[in-house]
Design a protein around this ligand. Structure first.
Ligand SMILES: Nc1ncnc2c1ncn2[C@@H]1O[C@H](COP(=O)(O)OP(=O)(O)OP(=O)(O)O)[C@@H](O)[C@H]1O
Length: 246
C-alpha cells in the first residue's frame, strides 16, 4: 500500500544574506508575492506554499504549471532531497526517482558498479545486484561505456542509465521529471514499453510535465501549481479542460 500524504507543506530557498541591503529592498519591492524575508533577515524564495494533498494506491498524478511553479521542487521534496520549513510529509512505499540523472550515483564508479551498489543499499544480495546489473546493461544499451566511470558519460548516457536502473527496481512510488521522456527516439520506444509496465505495476506515479499529451496518456489526476501553490487538483479533464500545452 503506497501513500504520499502532504499537509501544509512549505519549502523555502535562501537567496541573499544580511548585506546587499538595497538590492534586497529592490527585489522585495518588485516581487512581493514569492520572495520574502525569513526570521534571520535573509531573502528567501517561497518555492512551495501551504500544499495539502493525499495520493493513494493506483493514482497516476501529473504536476502541471508554468516554469518556476514548483513542480520539480515538489518531486524532490517527496524524494527526501529538501527538508520542509513547515507542514508534514508522509511517504509510505519504496521511491524510484527519475528527477536528476546521476543523483545518488558515484561519478568515479562504472555504470555496472553503481547499479550493484544501489542494489546493495536496497538490501539485495550481491548476486542479485549482479543479475540486476546485467538486466540494466541490456536495457540501457551503453555497450562498453557501462564498464567505465560514469563521470565520462554524456547527458543522454546518464539518462539511459538512471532510467534503466530506476525502472529495473520496480519502485512502488515512481517520481519522474518529463525530460526523462526526451531521449533519442530508439531508446524512447524501448523506454515507453518499459514505462507502461512500470506504471501499471507501480502503485503511484507522479510526473512533472508541460506536455499535455503525456498527462492525458499516463495520468488519472492532475495537480496544477502556480507560484508554489495548488491552483487546482482533480481529474485530468477537470484540471486541463481543453488545454494542450502550458
Ligand atoms: N536550489 C534552488 N535555490 C533557489 N531557488 C530555487 C532552487 N530550486 C528552485 N528554486 C526556485 O523555486 C521555484 C520553483 O522552482 P521549480 O524548479 O520547482 O519549478 P518548476 O515548476 O519545476 O519549473 P520548470 O517548469 O521551469 O522546470 C522557482 O522560483 C525557482 O527559482
Amino acid at each position: 500500500m503506497a501513500l504520499v500524504d502532504v499537509a501544509g507543506l512549505a519549502i523555502e530557498f535562501p537567496l541573499y544574506h544580511h548585506n546587499a541591503r538595497s538590492l534586497k529592498q529592490r527585489i522585495l519591492a518588485s516581487s512581493p508575492l514569492r520572495l520574502k524575508k525569513d526570521e534571520d533577515n535573509r531573502i528567501v524564495v517561497a518555492a512551495l506554499r501551504d500544499l495539502t494533498f493525499r495520493i493513494g494506491n493506483g493514482e497516476r498524478v501529473a504536476l502541471v504549471g508554468p516554469n518556476g511553479a514548483g513542480k520539480t521542487t515538489l518531486l524532490r521534496t517527496i524524494a527526501g532531497v529538501y527538508e520542509p520549513v513547515a507542514g508534514t510529509l508522509r511517504v509510505e512505499g519504496e521511491i524510484g526517482s527519475l528527477i536528476d540523472p546521476a543523483a545518488g550515483m558515484d561519478p568515479l564508479l562504472t555504470g555496472r558498479e553503481n547499479v550493484v551498489l544501489r542494489a546493495l543499499y536496497r538490501g539485495l544480495t550481491e548476486a542479485d545486484g549482479r543479475a540486476l546489473a546485467d538486466e540494466v546493461a541490456g536495457f540501457a544499451g551503453l555497450g562498453e561505456f557501462f564498464e567505465v566511470p560514469i563521470r565520462g558519460y554524456s547527458a543522454g548516457m546518464s539518462v539511459r542509465l538512471s532510467f534503466a536502473m530506476a525502472t529495473a527496481m520496480t519502485p512502488s512510488i515512481l517520481l519522474m521529471d518529463e525530460w526523462f521522456l526526451a531521449g533519442d527516439s530508439d531508446f524512447m520506444k524501448k523506454a515507453e514499453t518499459r514505462l507502461s509496465k512500470l506504471v501499471t505495476d507501480a502503485e503511484i506515479l507522479i510526473i512533472a510535465t508541460h506536455d499535455m499529451s503525456i498527462v492525458r496518456k499516463w495520468c488519472t489526476r492532475a495537480i496544477r501549481l502556480e507560484g508554489g501553490r495548488i491552483l487546482a487538483d482533480g481529474t485530468v479533464d477537470e484540471v486541463l479542460g481543453a488545454e494542450t500545452v502550458t
